[in-house]
Design a protein around this ligand. Structure first.
Ligand SMILES: [Zn+2]
Ligand SMILES: [Zn+2]
Length: 786
């Protein structure tokens, strides 16, 4: 092609940075180069992908344009730098005369960055393969290619090669090997490439592990689907862990699953095969459909429609939403298609333990829950829960970030380029950790509650993998300033061993910094007003906070307002027994004798009087196991308790708040708000008087719940008005778990519109403690860099 007698030949070196390794980037470059009649080379190296091309000017221009737009589905380009080859000093050309072909140079493993990318849902081409009777992968449940399939879940070590994954025991057959070696094939260098001849196998077994059907006795997945249709509960091994599955339209099966799993109240996730199926039960906006269909394939919270009545009533009781995901592996696709009903797909675990990942473990631990086990022999190396998102004002916001998203990186905002290696260990419940290296932050998948020994073991294992995969040695450690957190203690021990400094970071400051970072606020951004509402976190003054207004930048934070602290009698117990918070609030705001005298006929007063109030009062007065905290989460519980929501206690923290939100959502037109007193702190005293009066006059629970939400957003608006006048802020950050309440979040955003401020809330990382590690890392970095 390149002929010296023809028009002038140019030589260029093109550096591509971003998510460009392990995603089929080089074969794509090869294809584009051939299309543009260019010769040259493409290789992976420590900085990304390096391309050298020889060809005519117009052809090179076409190639460069295509390089930006025609990229593989899982790739992400952060930067493209083009230089005439003579200008490139670091990467001298391997050849000075034009080669006569375009070739892919094999990776030099020593220098390659060892990116592990997130697991990706089955692509359309692989789906077509498994549905095509003439294809050799017809109905093969482990079909994948460069554009889809397992990644982090099967990775044991780096570099990301088959030998370092749980695909190692499966030796590719000649046909698969040929695909793997052909740059023109979609399966070129697809490490988990497999087919029925050479890949993992699926089987169905009973409690004893006895196979129900031998090979050749019919299709195992079809059999599994028919067992589900008969009302059985199946444990199903997926990509990042086991699920417990049953027919979502079978009320009896769903009730049995809840009883056996002892999972009461918490909504169950659902899986369907298509958007059309989901639309029979819930509203799916265009934005929601895009998210459902994305390679990450998360669970998306969707508003129930009348059709939801056709599902078992126990799926999401007291909720206005359903959590749906689309099938994301070939196994799931075959199963939902064969079952032809939506499936409950809840995580396969016992109470608060992590999701089960091993076959023996699944038989042992799920023996009292499942009837049958759909197993396979591809080991799950890294547990990955399903990710959960909701739409806030039409945009995706994470509730839980795991499968399909981790370990994707965030490029740090401007000013953080020279950050040393920082490891931040997050919070204890909904733990994640975060690594900062080379100007990027990598936040781990949702790890969970570190109080559970199994979760803690996963935490340590994931920490090891992430550090090894990133060739990471920490130079600073960041932890929560709560001395009792096990994540804090773990950080202290790493810091002592590595001999590197330890930064203790205030919990709510970390929430704000995480939100600034994902919104690319630079290191010297002016202070913002951060509004952080959550259960609790250790405050600067050593007391527990959770309803705070902080003026903050990356380096420091200063509390300008917060909820008046109220005792939580019984400590931890108060998170599960709302009545304790109701009593404590009424006791503090109005005095219990006043309440009983003024509202003697109220059911609330009667019910509370059945409780051991004398003892509780004494505990509060003597500060026995009754810390005073300014928690927004406990305020929600207190109001829910007053409205008789879950009088018998909660099955999980936050359940009352979710029910309160759902009740309020039925009264969108209610605009009334209660009064509160805003000074250095916010006192809810006037609100309690009005709530009691509303209860006394028979105002409905839902209406009071809505008025309570209105009260919070109007109180926020008052404090914002003050901060704008006194502090000159132009940006407000809403974060903390309480802002995962869609109603409160959207209502607050709309209430703040007239101020013409930037109003930010977390989208990429969860507003709850799942985002804390990122914020810790950024604060530690900012302090170091200044
Ligand atoms: Zn594919
Ligand atoms: Zn094969």
């Amino acid at each position: 092609m390149a002929n010296k007698s023809k028009p002038e030949i140019f030589q260029k070196s093109i550096r591509v940075r971003g998510l460009v390794q392990g995603v089929g980037f080089r074969p794509n470059v090869w294809r584009l180069a051939n299309q543009s009649n260019l010769n040259g080379t493409v290789c992976n190296d420590g900085e990304g992908v390096l391309i050298e091309v020889w060809g005519q000017g117009a052809d090179i221009n076409n190639f460069q344009a295509a390089l930006r737009t025609d990229i593989p589905p899982l790739a992400r380009i952060d930067a493209i730098e083009v230089s005439e080859v003579s200008e490139v000093s670091d990467c001298p050309p391997t050849q000075t005369t034009s080669p006569d072909t375009f070739t892919i140079i094999a990776s030099d493993t020593g220098k390659v960055t060892t990116t592990i990318i997130p697991d990706a849902a089955t692509c359309d081409h692989c789906l077509a393969d498994i549905n095509d009777q003439t294809n050799r992968r017809y109905r093969y449940p482990f079909t994948n290619c460069t554009h889809c399939g397992p990644r982090l879940s099967i990775t044991r070590d780096i570099p990301y090669d088959r030998a370092n994954t749980s695909m190692a025991p499966f030796i590719m057959c000649p046909e698969c090997q040929a695909e793997y070696e052909d740059p023109a094939d979609r399966r070129f260098h697809a490490q988990p490439n497999a087919c029925p001849q050479c890949g993992p196998k699926v089987w169905l077994c009973d409690k004893q592990g006895e196979s129900l059907f031998q090979e050749g006795q019919g299709d195992v997945i079809w059999q599994a689907a028919s067992l589900i249709k008969q009302g059985h509960i199946l444990a199903i091994k997926g990509i990042g862990g086991f699920h417990l599955a049953c027919d979502a339209t079978n009320a009896e099966a769903v009730r049995t699953l809840r009883q056996r799993k002892k999972r009461y109240g918490k909504p169950l996730a659902l899986m369907a095969g298509s958007i059309e199926t989901i639309r029979q039960y819930a509203e799916v906006s265009d934005a929601a459909a895009t998210t459902l269909n994305s390679a990450s394939a998360p669970i998306v919270l969707l508003k129930k429609t009348a059709g939801a009545e056709n599902l078992a009533p126990d799926i999401a009781p007291d909720q206005t939403t359903l959590g749906f995901m689309l099938a994301y592996t070939p196994l799931h696709h075959l199963l939902v298609t064969d079952a032809n009903v939506p499936l409950v797909m809840t995580s396969g675990n016992v109470s608060n333990e992590p999701q089960v990942t091993g076959n023996d473990e699944a038989l042992r631990k799920l023996s009292k829950i499942a009837d049958y086990w759909l197993m396979h022999d591809r080991e799950i190396i890294n547990r990955l829960d399903d990710s959960v998102v909701q739409l806030i004002n039409g945009e995706t916001a994470h509730l839980r970030r795991a499968r399909g998203f981790a370990p994707d990186t965030l490029i740090l905002p401007s000013g953080f380029e020279n950050t040393p290696n920082i490891l931040a260990l997050g919070a204890d419940v909904k733990n994640t950790f975060c690594l900062i290296k080379d100007g990027k932050a990598m936040v781990s998948q949702h790890i969970g509650d570190l109080h559970d020994a199994g979760v803690h073991a996963d935490f340590r294992k994931a920490l090891d993998l992430y550090q090894a995969a990133n060739d990471f040695v920490p130079q600073r450690i960041a932890v929560d300033m709560h001395p009792g957190y096990s994540s804090t203690r773990w950080g202290e021990s790493i810091s002592a061993k590595a001999g590197c400094p330890l930064d203790e970071i205030q919990h709510h400051h970390a929430h704000i910094a995480a939100c600034l970072a994902e919104n690319q606020f630079d290191i010297n951004c002016p202070p913002v007003l951060g509004i952080t509402f959550d259960g609790l976190g250790c405050g600067d003054d050593g007391t527990l906070w959770g309803g705070e207004f902080l003026i903050a930048d990356y380096r420091s934070s200063r509390r300008v307002c917060g909820f008046t602290p109220v005792a939580i009698p019984g400590g931890e117990k108060a998170s599960y027994e709302p009545w304790r918070n109701t009593f404590a609030h009424l006791h503090k705001a109005l005095g219990w004798s006043y309440v009983t005298e003024k509202y003697p006929k109220l059911k609330l007063v009667h019910d509370l009087n059945q409780r051991p109030l004398a003892r509780i009062s004494k505990m509060i007065e003597q500060s026995v196991n009754s810390p005073s905290i300014s928690s927004a989460g406990r305020l929600f519980d207190a109001v829910a308790g007053a409205l008789d929501i879950f009088p018998d206690g909660l099955h999980f923290e936050g359940q009352a708040a979710m029910a309160l939100q759902s009740a309020a959502e039925n009264y969108p037109d209610e605009t009334c708000a209660y009064k509160c007193l805003i000074d250095e702190t916010i006192s809810w005293q006037p609100m309690w008087e009005e709530i009691l009066s509303d209860l006394d006059t028979g105002i409905s629970t839902g209406r009071i719940a809505k008025r309570f939400h209105n009260t919070l957003s109007s109180a926020i608006s008052e404090v914002v008005k003050r901060a704008v006048a006194e502090e000159g802020v132009d940006t407000v950050v809403l974060s903390g778990g309480v802002f995962q309440n869609k109603l409160l979040c959207e209502q607050t955003i709309s209430e703040l519109k007239p101020f013409e401020l930037k109003v930010l809330y977390p989208k990429i990382f969860p507003a709850n403690d799942g985002g804390v590690s990122l914020g810790q890392a950024l604060i530690s970095a900012a302090r170091y860099l200044s």
